[in-house]
Write a protein that binds this ligand. Structure first.
Ligand code: CU
Length: 706
């Protein structure tokens, strides 16, 4: 066993990690010299000397504010969230100074939906130098489009913290036939949590049902039984399909322009252009108004032939322009309701009697099959089909006001949207960004991408620096297909997009705009080479995100104390577990392990065990875990000294608060041990526990999560 040690996967992987780290450092160095070379090249103001220069300064910092009602740390742009609306006219040169006033955090700003040179795209480390604390960077680019867009930090989770704002670009000339409006207002939708965003991500990674419990969408045996869906619940568990979720996180408030309710100016009979941007980190909204169907004039900044939609689904990072008319009497709202039904926020126009918009029907947590069927029906609608109760994005109604043919050589690519809900890992093609090759495309080449969503969640996919257009089901792409920067791909369905790599050489990011999916790995770099295949003047780099987190749990019962602590980095976990009797002669057992996940179902591990229970001995061990149907976990290990152990574990959600943990384990030297414990969720950190184990007997106590 001792001789085997250097061959243990743990050590080999550790060595690989260290080499990888060195390579990444070297790569960062070459990227820095590339950046300094690029910064020296002529800027937009020199290239377009006749253009008007419009300047802004954005100061990124932090303040104590109360977005959800109680004081908390908020990340701000010029002292508030959202930041100022940046207004331009098509043809201007934008010169924006971004100043980082944080004491210990980098920052960045990405211009979402704007066609800018690669260096100005704002993805730190990938396209643009990161902005260190106390430093500034001046962005300069030609504004070569019009419409509504937005900006946000692309560093870590700063978008969730509040670093965002709207961009409004007027057309160069008045558009013939454009609807006249009396007011023009930008509304930024966001989701707010008083928890630190880093803590949200840690909570998602550690697993458990805390957020779905808070949203009231947690599934359980009792809930399924009461809904008459027990057989659906069991067949889902049997085939290891995670519960469908319309959201991952539970939020404390939904906001419009940082407020829980907005009152906007306007007189009876006036018309208002509403520029809605979904700047939330993780929330899809249904937009609806008591005034009647919404008149949609632009999607993702692009003019569409105006159409009406009663309930408009807006994905994170998408934006729509609407035109509303203020009625003669009363106060009317435009309501944005979180798709999961967990909250809403409204903007109001007019004075007098309030006319609130009724809430859309709440989703049924057990209605997964109905929802999936409704998605299929909507993607392939019967002629004359009416708007669904819970509609998808109205892409079928989009007709671009101006045709935009995609030219160039076509290449086809399929990108699978993949996820491991249990470990909260979201990816493309099941590959983490660090292990993925950049997708290569020659300048001028057109790529058609089939986005195949193999998960039970919606994903809003955003491509940097380019517009793409939606190709319909049969692959035909009429020139009136809308151009978009962000596209919702519903659960278990396919959407196809195409675009031409015509915005310059360089690395461009393609990612899911659910922030916690993006940070967990649902991103890919598209590397545009020269038309002749010449490489960009820098080595491929990564848009790096924090991948390491730690958490644990300690349970103190009247008869024994047990728990674990783990440090996770990507697909690796370093874990300590312990279980010790509190009465005499009951012994203890502890393990230190390195575990590596090979697939969502399979992991291998190796470690050292300290064991004084049931004739156990100390020694090295190695083994594997495998997830069986019904989310039952099997664990097989072989220890030096001859102990072979097989364990089976299963957790049952009896109600949304009450769980039952069952385990049985057999060791060739230590015999059979069984246990059954009930857990009652008190709050995020604490549960009451009570039960029986063959090693320690009956006991009750408390679990603390940290
Ligand atoms: Cu996603």
């Amino acid at each position: 066993m001792r001789l085997l040690l250097p061959r243990l996967p743990a050590l080999r992987i550790l060595a690989g990690c260290l080499l990888g780290l060195a390579a990444a450092r070297a790569c960062e160095q070459c990227r820095l010299s590339y950046f300094s070379g690029m910064e020296a090249a002529p800027k937009a103001s020199a290239l377009h000397p006749d253009a008007k220069i419009v300047e802004y300064t954005l100061e990124i910092g932090e303040r104590t504010l109360s977005p959800a009602g109680s004081p908390t740390r908020v990340l701000t742009v010029n002292g508030g969230t959202p930041g100022p609306v940046l207004r331009f006219r098509e043809g201007d040169v934008a010169r924006i100074t971004v100043r980082n006033t944080f004491t210990d955090e980098d920052t960045s700003i990405h211009w979402h939906g704007l066609l800018v040179p690669n260096l100005e795209d704002g993805v730190p480390g990938l396209t643009t130098p990161r902005i260190a604390p106390g430093q500034s960077r001046v962005f300069e680019f030609l504004v070569k489009q019009n419409g509504t867009y937005w900006y946000h930090s692309h560093t870590g989770l700063q978008l969730q913290g509040g670093v965002t704002g709207a961009i409004v670009i007027e057309p160069k000339e008045t558009v013939p036939g454009a609807e006249h409006v009396d007011h023009d207002v930008a509304i930024l939708l966001s989701d707010w949590t008083d928890e630190a965003p880093h803590e949200v991500q840690r909570t998602l990674l550690r697993g458990g049902d805390w957020y779905s419990f808070r949203r009231g969408t947690a599934q359980s045996w009792l809930g399924a039984y009461q809904a008459g869906k027990l057989s659906d619940y069991l067949s889902r568990e049997k085939s290891l399909v995670p519960p469908m979720d319309l959201s991952d996180v539970a939020f404390d408030a939904f906001l419009m322009n940082g407020q829980r309710s907005l009152h906007l100016p306007g007189k009876p009979g006036e018309r208002v252009r509403v520029r809605l941007v979904n700047a939330s980190a993780a929330t899809y909204f249904y937009l609806e108004s008591a005034l009647g169907a919404l008149r949609v004039t632009h999607a993702d900044g692009q003019a569409v032939t105006p159409f009406d939609q009663r309930r408009l689904l807006i994905a994170p990072a998408e934006n729509y322009d609407l035109v509303i008319r203020i009625p003669a009497e009363g106060s009317w709202d435009l309501r944005a309701t979180a798709q999961d039904g967990s909250g809403a926020v409204s903007a109001w126009w007019g004075e007098g009697l309030a006319h609130p918009t009724p809430a859309p029907p709440k989703p049924d947590p057990y209605g997964m099959n109905t929802y999936l069927r409704s998605i299929l029906d909507q993607l392939d609608p019967e002629p004359g089909a009416t708007e669904a109760e819970r509609p998808l994005s109205p892409y079928g109604k989009f007709r671009a006001a101006q045709p935009h043919p995609v030219a160039g050589v076509h290449r086809d690519l399929t990108l699978n949207l993949t996820g491991d809900m249990m470990r909260y890992e979201w990816t493309f093609d099941g590959t983490l960004p660090a292990d993925a090759e950049a997708l290569r495309l020659k300048a001028g080449e057109a790529l058609r991408v089939r986005l195949v969503n193999n998960t039970m969640m919606h994903h809003p996919i955003h491509f940097h620096g380019h517009f793409f257009r939606l190709v319909d089901q049969d692959g035909a792409a009429p020139a009136t297909a809308p151009r978009k920067h962000t596209l919702d791909v519903p659960p278990m369905s396919v959407r196809t997009i195409e675009f031409t790599a015509d915005e310059g050489m360089g690395d461009w990011l393609l990612h899911c705009h659910l922030l916690y999916h993006h940070t967990s790995g649902m991103m890919r770099v598209i590397r545009v080479t020269g038309a002749d295949g010449a490489e960009p003047p820098h080595a491929p780099a990564l848009h790096q995100m924090q991948t390491s987190f730690a958490w644990g749990e300690a349970t103190l019962l009247s008869n024994h104390a047990l728990g674990y602590a783990t440090f996770q980095d990507g697909r690796s976990n370093w874990t300590a577990v312990w279980d010790a009797g509190l009465r005499r002669h009951t012994g203890h057992e502890a393990e230190l392990t390195y575990q590596r996940w090979l697939s969502p179902r399979l992991s291998v591990f190796a470690g050292y065990r300290f064991d004084t229970m049931n004739g156990g001995v100390d020694g090295l061990f190695a083994g594997a875990t495998y997830r069986l149907p019904y989310f039952m976990d099997a664990r097989l290990s072989q220890q030096s000294g001859g102990e072979t152990r097989l364990g089976l574990m299963k957790s049952l959600a009896l109600t949304d608060r009450l769980g039952l943990d069952l385990s049985v384990q057999h060791g060739t030297l230590t015999g059979t041990a069984t246990s059954a414990h009930l857990r009652y969720l008190l709050n995020k950190e604490t549960s009451l526990v009570g039960g029986w184990s063959s090693d320690f007997g009956l006991g009750a106590g408390l679990t603390l999560r940290f």
